[in-house]
Design a protein around this ligand. Structure first.
Ligand code: SAH
Ligand code: SF4
Length: 391
C-alpha cells in the first residue's frame, strides 16, 4: 500500500487558552451546549439556552450579547465574560463591473483568504474558501502555487457566509420570514481556496451550521462541495454532509490528469469514478457536476469529449465547462470559444447537460482558480511552473 499523503497543515485550536474568551461562531449545537454548560447553565436549561443563543447568532445575525433580549441580563453578562462572537475581518472589498464582489478577509495569525459573491438573475452564489492556499499543486490553478497552507476553522468557514450576509444586509428583520427563496446569498459553493476534503471536519461542521433550519437555513441542495478527488472522503461527504458534489475532473486520460490534477497519481480516474458512482444514492442527491477546465491543446479535443462521454457512462452527471481563467505566469491558455462549443456539442448530443461557465468578475481576478491571498503574492517563475507541470 502506498503511504498516505502527508499534509503540512494545522488547525488553530477552537478552545483558546484558559482565561481567553472562546469564539462561539463555528461551534456545533453540541459544542455550543457544552460551552454553555461549562459556564454554569443548568443541565435542564441547556437545550433551551443553546437554541436561544443559536438563533441570535445564526438567524438574527446578532454580534453583541447585550442584544440577546430574551436572556436574563445577568446571563448576558456571563456570556460576554466567557465568549466572543468573532468573524473573519474584511480587509478589502472589490466590486466588479458585473456585480461580483470579492472580499479579502483576514483570519487568526494574519493569514488572508478570498471569498467571492456572484449575483445571477435568480440566485446568488457565495464561493467560500476552506484553506489558506492548498497543499495540492494542480498545474493550472493559481491557488496551487501558494506555498502557505493552513486549514480554516469551522468558525472561519461559516464566518465567510455571515460576513457576506452582513455586507449585503441580509439578516431578517424582526418578525420577517427567513425564506431561502429570493435571498441574495441563496447558494454556497466550496470552490474558493483550498481542498475542502483535506479539512473535512471543519467543513462539515460549518456546512451543518449553514444548513440548520433555525439559522442560516440553506438546504443541502443549495450547497456544492468541489473536490479534486480525495477518494477516501467522498463516501463520508455523502453520509455526513449530504450536499451536492462537484469534481475537478479536467482530463480523460490518467497521463494528462496526472499532470493537471496530480492527486490523480494517488487515486486515478478509475478509482475516482468508482467512488463517485455511489454518491448520488448515499447522499440522496441528484447529479454530480464534473468540472472541466478548457485548456487550449491540452484536454479540449473531440477525442477528449468522446472519451469523457464513455467515462461518465452510468453516473448521473452534468459537465461544467470552465474556460480557463488565465493568471500571470500560467503555463496554459484558454481554449477558443469555437473549440469549447464543439466540445459541448459532443457532450450534449450524448445527453449530458454541459453549460459553459461564463467567466465572472474577471476585472477583479475573482474567477475560479484565480484566488490567492495577498499575503503571498510573489509568484513562482513561469519556468518553474512549467517544469513542475512536466511541460
Ligand atoms: N480544491 C477544490 C475546490 C477549489 S477549486 C477543487 O479543486 O475542486 C474550484 C474549481 O476551480 C475547481 O474545479 C478547479 O479545478 C477550478 N480551477 C482552478 N484553477 C482554475 C483556473 N485557472 N481556471 C478555471 N478553473 C480553475
Ligand atoms: Fe487545490 Fe483545487 Fe487548486 Fe487543485 S484546483 S490546487 S485542489 S484549489
Amino acid at each position: 500500500m502506498k503511504a498516505p499523503i502527508t499534509q503540512d497543515v494545522h488547525t488553530i485550536p477552537r478552545k483558546l487558552p484558559e482565561g481567553d474568551r472562546v469564539n462561539l461562531v463555528g461551534l456545533t449545537r453540541d459544542g455550543l451546549r457544552d460551552a454553555l454548560l461549562a459556564v454554569g447553565v443548568p443541565e435542564k436549561q441547556a437545550k433551551m439556552r443553546t437554541g436561544q443563543v443559536w438563533q441570535w447568532l445564526y438567524h438574527w445575525g446578532v454580534r453583541d450579547f447585550a442584544q440577546m433580549t430574551n436572556l436574563a441580563k445577568e446571563f448576558r453578562t456571563t456570556l460576554a465574560q466567557h465568549f466572543t462572537i468573532d468573524l473573519p475581518e474584511v480587509v478589502t472589498r472589490q466590486l466588479s463591473e458585473d456585480g461580483t464582489r470579492k472580499y479579502l478577509v483576514r483570519i487568526a495569525g494574519g493569514h488572508e483568504v478570498e471569498v467571492v459573491y456572484i449575483p445571477e438573475e435568480n440566485r446568488g452564489t457565495l464561493c467560500v474558501s476552506s484553506q489558506v492556499g492548498c497543499t495540492l499543486t494542480c498545474s493550472f490553478c493559481h491557488t496551487g502555487t501558494q506555498k502557505l497552507v493552513r486549514n480554516l476553522t469551522a468558525g472561519e468557514i461559516v464566518g465567510q457566509i455571515m460576513l457576506a450576509r452582513d455586507d449585503l444586509g441580509e439578516w431578517p428583520e424582526k418578525g420577517a420570514p427567513n425564506d431561502p427563496q429570493g435571498r441574495l446569498v441563496s447558494n454556497i459553493v466550496l470552490m474558493g481556496m483550498g481542498e475542502p476534503l483535506y479539512n473535512f471536519e471543519n467543513v462539515r461542521d460549518a456546512m451543518k451550521i449553514a444548513m440548520d433550519g433555525e439559522g442560516i437555513a440553506l438546504g443541502r441542495r443549495r450547497i456544492t462541495l468541489s473536490t479534486s478527488g480525495v477518494v477516501p472522503e467522498i463516501a463520508r461527504t455523502a453520509q455526513e454532509i449530504g450536499c451536492l458534489l462537484a469534481v475537478s475532473f479536467h482530463a480523460t486520460t490518467d497521463a494528462v490528469r496526472d499532470v493537471l490534477v496530480p492527486i490523480n497519481k494517488r487515486w486515478n480516474i478509475e478509482v475516482l469514478l468508482d467512488a463517485l458512482r455511489d454518491y448520488p444514492k448515499v447522499s440522496n442527491s441528484e447529479r454530480i457536476t464534473f468540472e472541466y477546465v478548457m485548456l487550449n491543446g491540452v484536454n479540449d479535443s473531440d477525442e477528449d469529449a468522446h472519451r469523457l462521454v464513455n467515462l461518465l457512462h452510468g453516473i448521473p452527471a452534468k459537465v461544467n465547462l470552465i474556460p480557463f481563467n488565465e493568471w500571470p505566469g500560467a503555463p496554459y491558455t484558454r481554449s477558443s470559444n469555437n473549440r469549447i462549443r464543439a466540445f459541448a456539442t459532443i457532450l450534449m448530443e450524448a445527453g449530458y447537460a454541459s453549460p459553459i461557465r461564463t467567466p465572472r468578475g474577471e476585472d477583479i481576478m475573482a474567477a475560479c482558480g484565480q484566488l490567492k491571498s495577498a499575503t503571498e503574492r510573489q509568484r513562482k517563475s513561469r519556468a518553474q511552473i512549467a517544469a513542475e507541470a512536466g511541460l
